[in-house]
Design a protein. Sequence first.
Length: 80
Amino acid sequence: DAFSLLAYSDPKLSPLAHLLEPSQRENVSSAVNSAILEAHDMPRHPALEVLVGYLHECDKLMHKNNIPDCAFIDLNKYLR
């Protein structure tokens, strides 16, 4: 949808103008980045993004299963 905005001389007047709202910036930029990566035969999501997602899931599982070592891990400290 985001690429459709390029067809309009004034994208703010297009049916997809809502994609230009500040609240949509992250979603639109993510979709555009993914499309560019895919067009270059690269994974849609960067490896670092996938790794951080895995780390968050591992942390949640450790908390859920009461694994005491997770008390020493603060992922947010490293992601700032």
